[in-house]
Design a protein. Structure first.
Length: 286
C-alpha cells in the first residue's frame, strides 16, 4: 500500500502505545478489514524491533569496552565479529571481583532486553502479522465457591448508602421564571411623585431585570452583582424580588449554604409574595 505521511503517523502512534482507547480500537478495526494496512503495521513492527535490538547490542558493546578500559576485564584479543565473548577475571584479582559481578549483571540485563524486544511476550494485537478478530463469545464465569471454614465469622452490617445529592439544576429550572413582571408603585398620572423617585425606580428595576437575564444565561456572578445593587433600594417590592432571585442564583451556583440563608430571610417576611415558594424550595434542599 502507499505509505503516506498520515498513515505512517497513525502506525507510529499505534505501535508507540499512544492515542486514546477509542482511537486505538478504531485503528484495530481498520486493520481487521484492511489486509494491506495490517501487513504494513507488521512490517513497521519488525523494523522497530530490529532497531531496538541493534540499539541494545551497541549498548552492550559499549559497556564491555568501558569495563575493559577500566581494568575490570583482562585485555585479551577477541574475534572481530564475536560481540558476546567475555573472559572471566583472573583469580589473583580479588580486589576487582565486585567489578566482575557488575559486568556480568550488565551483560545479563542487556541480553534480557534484547530478548524481550525480539522474542518476549507482546501485546496480542501487536505480535501478530495478520489482523486479529476479537473473541466476542461470552465466557461463563466460574461457579462461586463458598467458604464453609469460617462459620463463626462476624456478620458484617450492610453499608448505608449516602443520601442522594441535591439536584440543584432541576430545582432551579422548576422555580426560575425569566418573565417576572415588575409592577410600578406609581399611579398613572404620577401626581406628587418626585422625578428622583421615578428615576430610582427605573434604575432599580433595570438592575433586577438585568440580573434575571444573567441568570437565564447562567452568568451567576454577574447576576448576584446586579441583585446586590438593589439591596439599598427604597422600594420593598423590588428588594423582595431581588432577594428571591438571589436565592435562585445561589442555587444555580450550587452554594446551598447561602441559598438556605436567603430562603429563610424570605420566609421570615410574611408580606413577601415568594415566601410560599421559598418554604417549598427550602424543604427540598434540606
Amino acid at each position: 500500500m502507499e505509505l503516506s505521511e498520515e498513515i505512517f503517523h497513525e502506525i507510529h502512534q499505534y505501535l508507540s502505545g499512544q492515542g486514546t482507547p477509542e482511537e486505538r480500537t478504531s485503528f484495530e478495526s481498520r486493520m481487521n478489514t484492511d489486509e494491506e494496512l495490517a501487513r504494513e503495521v507488521a512490517s513497521q513492527r519488525r523494523i522497530r524491533n530490529g532497531l531496538k535490538a541493534n540499539e541494545y547490542k551497541a549498548l552492550f558493546k559499549d559497556i564491555h569496552a568501558r569495563l575493559q578500559s577500566e581494568g575490570a576485564l583482562p585485555e585479551q584479543p577477541q574475534a572481530e565479529n564475536d560481540d558476546t565473548k567475555i573472559l572471566p577475571l583472573a583469580a589473583d584479582k580479588a580486589n576487582a571481583r565486585w567489578l566482575y559481578f557488575a559486568a556480568a549483571a550488565s551483560v545479563l540485563i542487556a541480553i534480557g532486553l534484547v530478548w524481550y524486544f525480539n522474542l518476549g511476550p507482546q501485546d496480542p494485537q501487536l505480535a501478530s502479522d495478520t489482523p486479529v478478530v476479537k473473541d466476542t463469545v461470552t465466557q461463563t464465569p466460574p461457579a462461586e465457591r463458598h467458604d464453609t471454614a469460617q462459620h463463626n465469622a462476624p456478620v458484617q452490617q450492610p453499608v448505608k448508602k449516602a443520601p442522594a445529592a441535591v439536584s440543584t439544576s432541576e430545582f432551579f429550572a422548576a422555580y426560575f421564571d425569566p418573565n417576572t413582571m415588575l409592577e410600578s408603585p406609581f399611579s398613572g398620572d404620577k401626581l406628587g411623585v418626585s422625578p428622583s423617585a421615578i428615576a430610582q425606580w427605573r434604575s432599580d428595576t433595570a438592575h433586577v431585570q438585568q440580573g434575571i437575564r444573567y441568570l437565564a444565561k447562567r452568568e451567576t456572578t454577574l447576576a448576584l452583582e446586579a441583585f446586590g445593587l438593589v439591596e439599598a433600594s427604597r422600594y420593598r417590592q423590588l428588594k423582595r424580588v431581588a432577594d428571591w432571585y438571589r436565592a435562585l442564583a445561589y442555587l444555580q451556583h450550587n452554594d446551598l449554604k447561602n441559598c438556605k440563608e436567603q430562603l429563610k430571610k424570605i420566609i421570615a417576611d410574611p408580606e413577601n409574595t415568594y415566601s410560599k415558594q421559598a418554604r417549598e424550595l427550602l424543604a427540598k434542599i434540606q
